[in-house]
Structure formats: structure tokens, C-alpha cells
Write a protein that binds this ligand. Structure first.
Ligand SMILES: [Ca+2]
Length: 410
């Protein structure tokens, strides 16, 4: 199927509803509301540079990533910085700073206690005295050569980089910020202070537009529901789990069983419940896309066969049983599907060749993938799409395609 039926549908919907939101048709082919699936530089180009550094994001862009992904946490003075967690001990040299020794403390994040240094106990000026280091030195020893060289970027700097690189390259480089642990930040700073700071900045930089080259993602729900009433920028519901069982089903053990705001609210629904027909209907009320962990999309089974013949049994050897149907169900509701995390050096369930794995998911109709190795993601896409705008199963521009009634509340 080419995209013509989709365009006809979309035009018909537009004529019926006097849309106030543009269809984003003017955007380049890799801007996120387009025919081609997108490649998202996960934490930058985390396979090649310490994560969440400007050098890593710049490399991802150079490798062809369409979006760069800053995870966001807040400093004590309420500045948004790019770190994967409020805990900064494993990705910075904070332990080497004797002046901050007294800041090491124990805090609960999503119900789990950590003894570490927390970004929320530091001002931005203090954070800027730190330097990034490789989180996974055993897996990626080459990246430790960059330890101590890069600062911790602010969201402002990430946006400035994306805009500057867009100008230089003629491509439209988007950003894909994640609100990390909204419940944790709300407990410290007040309800929705975190979300409000983010959208204020994004609206100033990109406008309040469904066509902004931005996706806002979160594992929590309440924060996205809140944002759905405040912004037209696309929202992504991330879907987690803690492991994959031998039979291919997902293991759902706390703290990866539920969105943490569900835990706090006593809502019994698990992450998996958000991917049923009923769950997707619910997600569709506030989000534009789902971001499930990839085993939700492709079932793989551990049947004890050493498929790659390396004499060891690993997840790469799992038998690929194919599509779970989640992509099709999401697309039927106009929800995009972006999945994670694709790596050349780990995490290939059922695949020993990362390019083949990524191509397999693209071929199922995935709309985008997060990868630590953006060059491989771009190469995998090129095996299926030659740059033309034809591809199977592409849904329309989502939540915002509902028409004027929906738009009027934004
Ligand atoms: Ca093997």
C-alpha cells in the first residue's frame, strides 16, 4: 500500500472538520510527521560518545539521526538539564569533587531508594563544573577516552545545537525530550512545575504546534494528560517492562510494572494493559504515539537453540515468532509507534545482526526507533526506503487530526 489512501483520508477529514492545525505536509521527509520512519539518536549517539553530551548529539546528527533525545531532569534552581536520571553519580565525575562529597544522600525515586548525588540538590552553576563520563565502561571501553571532556548540557543548549545543525545541513533536526520521573519532580518542586517549564521553553522555541519538530515522551501518564490540555506538540506514551520471559511474554515486576503515577494513585493497570484495545483507546485520548519497549512488538522465544553458532546461549539466539499486532492496533487509532532501544553491542532479542534487526522492525511498519548507533539505524532504513515517500502502514498526524472541537481546548 502506498500513502495515497492515507492522504485521501486525511484530506477528507480536514474538509469535514475545518481544521485549525496544519497537516505538516510542508515538512521535510524526515521531520517526524512524514512518510519515512524516523531515526532517533538515543541519548545522543550513546554507542560512540558518553550519553547526553553535546558531542554525542552532534555525532548523532552527523550520522543522519532525524531527532536527538535529551532525557530531562531539573536542578535545584529549576533548570532543565540532560541526564538520564536525577542520580548523576554514574554519568559524571561528581565523586571526584570533594566540595560535593556532602551532597551524597539517599532519596527514593519511583519507590526505589538510591544513595547517590541528585541533580535536584545542585544549582545549574554547580552542575556546570562537572564533566560527563561513560556510563557503561565495560561494554564501551572506547568511550572512556572521552571521560572528563564534556559538560552536562542544558535543554537550551540541545535546542540551539539542533537548530544550528538544521541550518547548516538543510535537514530539519528535531528534539525528543523525555520528562524523567515527573512524580519525583512534583514531590520536590510542586505539581507540574517540571512540565510547565518544559512547554514554556518549547513553545517559545518552536511555537505551540503539532508540526513542531518535537516529541515529548514519558513513562508516566498524568503528566502527559496534563500536557495534552496545554500543548499541541506531539506526546508519546512510553511503555516499559522489566524483562522478557522465555516464552516471549513480558515480565512486569516493580518498578517497571506500571507508570509510577498509577502506583501512587492506586490505579491497577500495568504497562501491558495500555497496549490492549481498551488501553490504546485510553492512550489515544491524550497522546499521539506510543513508545513501547521492542519486545512488545516482536515476540521472541528462548527455545535453547544456539542459532548464531557461537557456542553460547544468549538473547540473540531467541526464535523470532513475529509481529505481536501492537503496531497495527496502534495505527488503527492513528497512534504512531516508536520503539527502543536498538544497539549494535547488546539487546538484540532474536537478532545477531543489528542492521537486520532494525530493518525487520521498520519493515513491520514501525514509525521510528531509538538507537545508540544512529548510523546503523540510518543504514537499516536505507535498505527499505530509497528516500521516496512511499511506505506501508503510515498513520496520519494523530491526536491533532481530530478537528476543530479537539483543537479548541488547546
Ligand atoms: Ca549463540
Amino acid at each position: 500500500m502506498n500513502r495515497r489512501p492515507h492522504i485521501q483520508f486525511f484530506l477528507a477529514a480536514a474538509m469535514l472538520s475545518v481544521m485549525t492545525v496544519p497537516a505538516c505536509a510542508d515538512l521535510p521527509a524526515t521531520a517526524g510527521h512524514s512518510a519515512l520512519p524516523i531515526v532517533i539518536g538515543h541519548r545522543g549517539a550513546a554507542g560512540y560518545r558518553p550519553e547526553h553530551t553535546l558531542a554525542g548529539y552532534a555525532l548523532a546528527i552527523e550520522m543522519g539521526a532525524d531527532f536527538i533525545e535529551p532525557d530531562l531532569v531539573m536542578t535545584r534552581d529549576r533548570q532543565l538539564i540532560a541526564r538520564h536520571e536525577p542520580m548523576i553519580g554514574s554519568t559524571t565525575d561528581v565523586a571526584d569533587h570533594p566540595e560535593f562529597a556532602g551532597r551524597k544522600t539517599t532519596r527514593a525515586v519511583d519507590g526505589v531508594e538510591y544513595t547517590d548525588w541528585f541533580a535536584s540538590d545542585f544549582t545549574l552553576a554547580e552542575i556546570q563544573t562537572l564533566r560527563a563520563k561513560e556510563r557503561l565502561p565495560q561494554l564501551r571501553p572506547g568511550n572512556t577516552a572521552y571521560d572528563g571532556r564534556f559538560r552536562i548540557p542544558t535543554l537550551d543548549e540541545v535546542i540551539a545545537l539542533a537548530k544550528e545543525e538544521s541550518r547548516k545541513s538543510g535537514r530539519r533536526i528535531g528534539i525528543y525530550p523525555e520528562l524523567k520521573h515527573s512524580t519525583y519532580h512534583a514531590d520536590l518542586f510542586g505539581p507540574h512545575v517540571f512540565e510547565n517549564r518544559l512547554i514554556r521553553k518549547l513553545h517559545r522555541e518552536y511555537g505551540n504546534s503539532a508540526c513542531a519538530p518535537v516529541f515529548i515522551q514519558s513513562f508516566e501518564v498524568d503528566n502527559l494528560q496534563y500536557l495534552s490540555g496545554k500543548t499541541r506538540i506531539p506526546l508519546v506514551q512510553l511503555i516499559d517492562a522489566d524483562d522478557v520471559n522465555a516464552d516471549g511474554s513480558l515480565s512486569l515486576v516493580p518498578p517497571y510494572r506500571q507508570p509510577y503515577d498509577f502506583v501512587v494513585a492506586g490505579d491497577p493497570r500495568s504497562f501491558a494493559d495500555l497496549l490492549t484495545e481498551e488501553g490504546l483507546d485510553f492512550v489515544k485520548t491524550y497522546a499521539d504515539a506510543i513508545g513501547p519497549w521492542k519486545p512488545y512488538l516482536v515476540k521472541t522465544v528462548d527455545d535453547g537453540v544456539d542459532r548464531n553458532g557461537d557456542g553460547k546461549l544468549t538473547i540473540a539466539d531467541r526464535r523470532v515468532d513475529g509481529d505481536t499486532g501492537v503496531i497495527e492496533k496502534a495505527h488503527a487509532r492513528g497512534l504512531l509507534v516508536h520503539s527502543w532501544t536498538f544497539r549494535n553491542d547488546s539487546g538484540g532479542y532474536g537478532f545477531s545482526d543489528p542492521l537486520a534487526e532494525m530493518a525487520y522492525y521498520f519493515q513491520l511498519g514501525l514509525d521510528g526507533l531509538f538507537t545508540d548507533f544512529p548510523d546503523t539505524g540510518v543504514a537499516a532504513r536505507a535498505t527499505l526506503f530509497d528516500g521516496s515517500d512511499e511506505r506501508p502502514g503510515r498513520p496520519s498526524c494523530s491526536r491533532h487530526g481530530k478537528g476543530s472541537e479537539q483543537d479548541s481546548v488547546r
